[in-house]
Design a protein around this ligand. Structure first.
Ligand code: ATP
Ligand code: MG
Length: 453
């Protein structure tokens, strides 16, 4: 918009006339005056239409929330007693000289400031995303991705774009969406960039990606989506999985500092707090040690179980928060039977792998490990897991022709965002969540109240 002044920059134009392009947040009528809260991408400001600008006042009286307007106005300093120090732009006010309606808006189908039922929130997603709460969630999410990139680039990692269409036997896992490709051939949607990032270790040593991945899990939990964003990394020339854990720990510390600098307003709005990070290393225990601790402290005997249950993850995290000054806990050494074929066994702990999960505020947010880099060992491991190495011949080239010892991690962006901001459901951390019951409105069970859309 020609000559537009952004709301965050109005302070530079006190006593001057400006053109503002904005959306009406709220309209309040006081006798003959109309007050508007106007918002643009940079902030909110109060504007007032006065009877001495009759034409502007008449248009202002027509406005409703979400109307898009161009406003010509004078920027006034508020008298001392009207200053609202706790509000952004609380010390200025726009005196409206004229208003042009750029787009009209129907009445919102929900009350903007009240808590919404999760289905209503997703049924009206194009509108609910405009709320302060949602904008704060996705502003923080964007900062997480930004920090991830910035940190890893600083550590010498190269960014790559992973393919999302893969052959029919990605990792030998079952939870894939299959679809018809060309010439009657079936293909799948990628569940992770795993095999490609390993191949790229042979090219760039250190790589990372941020991308959409698909999981055909028939889960209906507060931590599973069917389309998610994975922040992946893979690094060469490691001694063992602990080098990868150190990289992940460095990333989480960097993220804390970054969010503190960029997102204080959003954390306050969400009533969320930054993670508790210990001064020394993140607490780390083997799966067995974790199980023994749980047994000792709670009496629940799960020693020897191949994985942690969700309630164990919650318990461990609250224990770490209370006793170890940390919202993060590493659990290492999961059994060979529970980890994918490319995970390296730990010769010193029979039956266990050089693998780890990073738990954060009650859930797993990261899985990682040292990978097998020896071609023959990898083939043997595939066979022992009942996979056909011939189906992996493309991937195996990287190993046949030499690849450094390496390891890496997969981090779920939505889960991290969820836990960072204390959201009840991971779906709230996805702009347009896909689950068993929903693709926008396509599968929504109860569309009755949206039939007017
Ligand atoms: P879980 O056991 O919790 O279902 P997973 O072990 O199957 O997860 P990984 O394959 O290890 O998941 O994926 C790496 C990370 O990606 C997870 O730690 C998690 O943060 C995220 N993630 C995996 N699956 C999902 C999902 N369906 N929805 C949201 N995030 C997911
Ligand atoms: Mg995992």
């Amino acid at each position: 918009m020609k000559g537009r002044t952004l709301i965050a920059e109005l302070h530079e134009s006190i006593d001057k006339e400006v053109t503002v392009g904005a959306v009406v947040d709220v309209r309040r009528d006081h006798g003959k005056l109309v007050f508007l809260d106007l918002r643009d991408r940079t902030g909110v400001v109060q504007a007032v239409a006065l009877p001495n600008h009759a034409e502007a006042l008449a248009v202002a009286q027509e406005l409703r929330p979400e109307y898009v307007v161009r406003v010509e106005a004078k920027v006034n300093k508020r008298p001392e007693r009207m200053v609202k120090a706790d509000q952004p732009n609380g010390d200025i006010e726009l005196e409206i000289l004229s208003v042009t309606i750029l787009a009209r808006a129907s009445e919102l189908p929900f009350d903007k400031d009240t808590a919404l039922n999760i289905d209503t929130n997703f049924d009206y997603r194009p509108l609910t995303l405009r709320r302060d709460r949602e904008r704060a969630i996705f502003a923080v999410q964007a900062e997480i991705v930004h920090a991830y990139r910035e940190y890893l680039r600083g550590e010498g990692f190269s960014e790559f774009q992973a393919p999302k269409i893969v052959g029919d036997d990605a990792e030998g896992g079952a939870e894939v969406f299959r679809f018809e490709y060309f010439n009657d051939r079936m293909a799948s949607l990628a569940t992770s960039p795993q095999l490609y990032k390993q191949i790229l270790v042979g090219v760039y040593e250190r790589v990372f990606s941020t991308g959409t991945m698909f999981r055909a899990e028939r889960h209906s939990t507060s931590r599973h989506l069917n389309e998610l964003t994975m922040l992946d990394l893979e690094m060469g020339f490691i001694d063992d999985h602990r080098d990868v854990m150190a990289a992940m720990e460095g990333l989480m510390r960097y993220l804390n500092t970054h969010l503190q600098k960029t997102s204080a307003r959003e954390f306050a709005l969400m009533e969320a707090t930054l993670p508790l990070v210990p001064e020394g290393q993140f607490p780390t225990m083997t799966l067995k040690e974790a199980q023994e601790l749980i047994k000792k402290e709670t009496g629940a005997d799960k020693v020897g179980a191949p994985d942690l249950d969700p309630e164990d993850e919650r318990w461990l995290c609250s224990y770490a928060n209370e006793h170890l000054q940390s919202d993060y806990v590493f659990v290492t050494h999961y059994p060979t039977s529970k980890r994918p074929f490319y995970t390296m066994d730990d010769p010193e702990v029979p039956g266990m792998t050089k693998s780890f999960d990073l738990l954060f505020r009650g859930v797993e947010i990261v899985s990682g490990s040292q990978r097998i880099h020896d071609h023959d060992a990898l083939v043997q491991k595939m066979e022992s897991k009942g996979l056909d190495p011939a189906k992996f011949s493309f991937y195996l080239q990287a190993f046949k022709y030499g690849i450094p010892p390496h390891g890496g991690t997969g981090l779920g962006l939505e889960r991290l965002t969820q836990k960072m901001l204390g959201l009840e459901n991971v779906k709230e951390a996805s702009l347009f969540p896909r689950d068993m019951n929903r693709i926008d409105l396509l599968l929504a069970k109860d569309t009755a109240h949206t039939s007017d859309l």
